[in-house]
Design a protein around this ligand. Structure first.
Ligand code: ADP
Ligand code: ADP
Ligand code: MG
Length: 643
């Protein structure tokens, strides 16, 4: 058995691999970029080595430095995780040349499956059904168009080097083809440096069902299927195992095809064979076609672990150490049903814009498996994929596992960044999804209702207003507020005014627009129109109310001079980001439009300028800090006459 393992990755997958290695008594070495020096995977590992700057090309994609780190620490093996170098055959060869073990398939197997066109040709030879289409070498536009006409519309144009849904375009009809081709090519060239494409029949009402396979070089077996049909723009959102409506016959046929694919390339380690499936009716043994093989551990592998009881990373480590397959096909059975939801820092209501931020609070309910690369206090940075966690639930049947997912999402608490919890909760509550009626178009058809931003209820506004007013223990909604003032006061929460009128020590009337909410202290707990307060967390001048539809409400603080200044006296952060540079100091005289600070967000720099002539009164944040949207960064002296 390997005694020391280097993990060439970051985030949740690095943490998850460390856990399985540790359970086997294997020592672990993390590698990290400058942006990750304090990251959870670094804290978890026995040892950690810095490999370079924040950009992946300076660190997690630097195979040479990773191999040096393995040598320097005496690690015998390298686990690549997913993404980054996991499917890079040159890296696999370099690892072997350094006398180290690569936890994964051979360079040759990765090459065989690396390009979709070659992989499909190989599968045709191996007798695996592939999607009808053209995957030839002739890349002439006219030839491609002729092939598309022959296949019949709609067709899908795919980058042969594609991955992660990139370089893929749907042409609904002949007249869309030229534009779709040009756009697929351009994206493929930019993302993969290879503009070659293939053309596929677009399967209508498609479902994405994939088979987890495992090989030891000589033998291969499958660990059943996962349904990953809930996708947004070809990216998986919620996955499950087994697939709804799967029959023993179709499962046997898909499993056999997947094992055939693995054996055709002498596969070793964990891999996934992805099929596109005709979802227009019941599943059929002749209604699935090979799409591609992912020659690595997959993001959604935990749902397979949940229903089979197999630790796939443990299997990877054993097989990489030279052991044969740890089980036989007959020994594997399915227990119950499992779901995984990908929790991202992103703003679903705002075009799924990636978000960043420091997680002032992060808690998962004990009822779910939460695979995460962050803990409270850590940041989601603009440098990498903004995944916060994967939530995995398991139950005796689909309905129970799905309810556990809904409950688990509602009980997950994230403050300090925007997340897609509301979107995931809406999906998990969708009646069609609950029926098992899934296809890859479901999200797109319902996108507006799934991403609608929740309107705060008057009770939410009342709770936010009271707690943000600083009454009682702000972190504990159950603690008593002490009302010192018999006067009414007004606060602005989430851009809306709330008037608070005390009616004695144990009651406040909170007026929000037309609504009046009675906040009453009963048995030491404040209730809002009789309802218990929502679990919440206060960070700065904002409160996040947790639940299936989490809400963050900010307050204009009447005691903070900067925020009460007349408009134009303060420079606010327009979006969450990293404050790169502050170009002025307190006391500096500035003129309108002078450059005051630079905010980096979404990998772009935004220059923040003076709203008018004035003197800098306050610098609220320093360069290098992550800041939320809407916070005051720099305040100018109030102009004469303003107060
Ligand atoms: P999976 O099927 O496991 O979801 P995909 O085939 O969609 O993975 O993508 C391939 C790999 O590329 C993923 O494992 C993931 O690590 C990485 N990846 C996909 N999308 C992104 C992205 N937007 N940013 C960074 N990495 C990504
Ligand atoms: P990637 O490498 O980007 O993961 P895939 O070939 O695996 O690309 O396809 C990604 C997704 O695109 C699939 O999960 C499916 O939703 C959709 N898709 C791919 N091929 C087809 C097809 N022929 N018909 C319909 N949908 C497809
Ligand atoms: Mg794919």
């Amino acid at each position: 058995m390997i005694s020391k393992l280097l993990i060439a990755n970051r985030g949740e997958i690095a943490c998850r691999i460390i856990e399985s290695a540790r359970a086997r008594g294997i020592a672990t070495v993390a590698v990290y970029s400058d942006a990750d020096a304090q990251a959870r995977h670094v804290r978890l590992a026995d040892q950690a080595v810095r490999i370079g700057g924040a950009a992946p090309s300076d660190s997690y994609l630097r195979g040479d430095r990773i191999i040096d780190a393995a040598r320097a620490t005496g690690a015998e093996a390298i686990h690549p995780g997913y993404g980054f170098l996991s499917e890079n055959p040159d890296f696999v060869e370099a690892v072997a040349q350094a006398g180290l073990i690569f936890v994964g398939p051979s360079a040759q197997a990765i090459r065989a499956m690396g390009l979709k066109d070659r992989a499909k040709a190989l599968m045709v030879k191996a007798g695996v059904p592939v999607v009808p289409g053209y995957h030839g070498a002739d890349q002439d536009d006219a030839r491609l168009r002729a092939e598309a006409d022959k296949i019949g519309y709609p067709v899908l144009i795919k980058a042969v080097a594609g991955g992660g849904g990139k370089g893929m375009r749907l042409a609904e009809a002949a007249e869309d083809f030229d534009e779709a081709l040009a756009s697929a090519r351009a994206e493929a060239q930019a993302a993969f440096g290879n503009s070659d494409v293939l053309i596929e029949k677009f399967i209508t009402a498609p479902r994405h069902i994939e088979v987890q396979i495992f090989g030891d070089g000589a033998n291969a077996l499958h660990l059943f299927e996962r349904d990953c049909s809930l996708q947004r723009r070809h990216q998986k959102v919620i996955e499950e195992a087994p697939a709804p409506g799967m029959t023993p016959e179709v499962r046997a046929a898909m499993g056999a095809a997947a094992v055939k694919a693995a054996k055709a390339i002498g596969y070793s380690g964990a891999g996934t064979v992805e099929f596109i499936v005709d979802g227009s009716g019941p599943l059929r043994s002749d209604g699935f076609w090979f799409m591609e093989m992912n020659t690595r551990l997959q993001v959604e592998h935990p749902v397979t672990e949940a229903i089979t009881g197999v630790d796939l990373v443990d299997w990877q480590l054993r097989v990489a150490s030279g052991a044969p397959l740890p089980a036989t096909q007959e020994e594997l059975t399915i227990h119950g049903h499992a779901f995984e939801a990908r929790l991202y820092a992103e703003d679903a209501a705002n075009g799924f814009l990636p978000a960043i931020g420091t997680l002032s609070h992060l808690a998962f309910p004990p009822s779910v498996r939460a695979d995460t690369g962050v803990a409270a206090g850590d940041s989601i940075t603009p440098h990498y994929d903004p995944m916060v966690a994967k939530l995995i639930t398991h139950g005796p049947d689909r309905a129970t596992a799905l309810k556990a997912l809904r409950d688990g999402l509602a009980a997950t608490e994230v403050a300090g960044t925007t997340t897609n919890i509301g979107f995931l909760s809406a999906l998990a509550a969708d009646p069609d999804f609950a029926q098992g009626g899934v296809d890859t178009g479901l999200i797109a058809r319902k996108i507006d209702s799934l991403t609608a931003a929740p309107d705060p209820r008057p009770q939410d506004m009342a709770q936010a207003a009271l707690m943000l007013s600083g009454l009682g223990d702000r972190q504990d909604p159950h603690s008593g507020f002490t009302l010192h003032t018999p006067l009414r006061w007004r606060v602005e929460v989430g851009g809306q005014g709330v008037t608070l009128t005390p009616r004695g020590p144990d009651e406040v009337i909170c007026t929000v627009g037309e609504a009046a909410v009675s906040a009453q202290r009963l048995g030491g707990v404040w209730r809002f129109d009789g309802q218990a307060p929502r679990p919440c967390h206060i960070h700065g001048r904002a409160i996040t109310l947790f639940g299936a539809a989490p809400l963050t409400l900010g307050m204009a603080d009447p005691l903070d001079r900067a925020s009460t200044q007349a408009a134009g006296d303060a420079v606010l952060s327009p979006m969450p980001g990293l404050l790169r540079d502050v170009a002025v100091a307190v006391g500096d005289t500035v003129a309108e439009d002078d450059r005051l600070a630079v905010l980096e967000a979404m990998k772009m720099e935004h220059v923040l300028r003076a709203p008018r002539d004035g003197t800098v009164a306050q610098i609220a944040h320093e360069a290098g800090e992550q800041v939320q949207a809407g916070v005051v960064l720099i305040a100018l002296d109030a102009q004469d006459g303003d107060a």
